[in-house]
Write a protein that binds this ligand. Structure first.
Ligand code: GLU
Length: 310
């Protein structure tokens, strides 16, 4: 599944899947299709399916979306195993992971503002790095330079020294992919653990064997594989599913109109209809057909068996 990487731990015993939404808004049809596909991959392989609420960014999280998102999944016929896990209740695990990185002398403090990073990131030596990559400004600060910044007041973010490592892996759907890992943030200046750290810790801790998620996260995967290596965690498999697009060809968003389950209900569409349309959009149903969730699982199983996973 993951080629060219040194596995540090045993692979998870069960290839469970998961959906890990951030409750910062309603799920749109693209998010729902990703959740459905992740569920179909897991269930078609006889695996468990877990839901994790990625609610670390308290400033952006709205509690009502937690219940709303779970209700949308249930309405589509997507079920999950065990309790829903909330990242906001797991900070001790992230503290431990940070300590493991610190013990390897991989962590440093960074005082850069967004504007400074943007400016430095346009320098020629940044070619080949992912968009938004950190140029390394604070990596080699002297003790004196650090104390000058520390007394200036703003608490620093914590970054890891990744030395522009190149990570290659094989995605189940996108094929061979390779990316350079920049010095990513692992804890923000306001103390919030970063997405990449949380996701890696939780996917391992929850024994997720295969991560099925939107292709917008393909670029983040080399960073997560790098963190897994440094933390001594087994690598899960990855399958990045295509993003749903609006009529204008851009990634689906609120501005495209009736994009949530509630919007579709207001137009008279039942959840069965929406599920069927989503399935039809990936070749698992014919237009107008209304297959039950169990039937979709069967079809997914055949698709996987015939080597055309989605
Ligand atoms: N919470 C992330 C999001 O909603 C997804 C994380 C993941 O699937 O790895 O975009």
């Amino acid at each position: 599944m993951v080629a060219g990487l040194n596995l540090h731990g045993p692979p998870p015993a069960v290839a469970d899947g998961r959906f890990a939404p951030s409750p910062t808004g309603g799920l749109h049809l693209g998010n729902l299709r990703t959740a459905l596909l992740a569920w179909l991959f897991a269930r078609a392989q006889g695996a468990g399916y877990l839901v994790r609420v990625e609610d670390l960014d308290r400033g952006r999280v709205r509690e009502r979306f937690v219940a709303e998102q779970l209700a949308d999944l249930a309405a589509l016929g997507i079920d999950w195993d065990g309790p829903v896990v909330r990242q906001s209740q797991r900070t001790e695990l992230y503290e431990d992971a940070l300590a493991t990185l610190r013990a390897q002398d991989l962590v440093y403090e960074c005082w850069c503002t967004r504007a400074e990073i943007r400016e430095a990131a346009s320098a020629p030596h940044m070619e080949g790095l992912p968009e938004g990559a950190y140029p390394g400004t604070c990596r080699e600060l002297s003790a004196r330079e650090r104390s000058v910044r520390a007394v200036a007041g703003r608490p620093p973010a914590l970054r890891v020294r990744a030395d522009d490592a190149r990570i290659e892996f094989v995605d189940r759907l996108c094929g061979a992919f390779s990316g350079i890992v920049d010095d990513m943030v692992v804890r923000r200046g306001d103390g919030v653990f970063a997405y990449n750290l949380g996701v890696v810790v939780d996917d391992y801790q929850q024994q997720i064997g295969e991560i099925v998620r939107g292709a917008d996260l393909l670029d983040s995967t080399p960073r997560q594989l790098w963190l897994q290596q440094r933390l001594g965690l087994a690598h899960p498999g990855y399958a990045h599913v295509p993003l749903m697009l609006g009529a204008d060809g851009a990634r689906l968003a609120k501005r495209h109109g009736a994009v949530t389950l509630a919007d579709r209900a207001a137009l008279g569409e039942t959840p069965e209809r929406v599920r069927s349309d989503l399935a039809a959009s990936v070749g698992l149903a014919a237009t107008g057909e209304r297959p039950a969730p169990s039937e979709l699982v069967e079809r997914m199983r055949s698709m996987i068996a015939s080597g055309v996973p989605a």
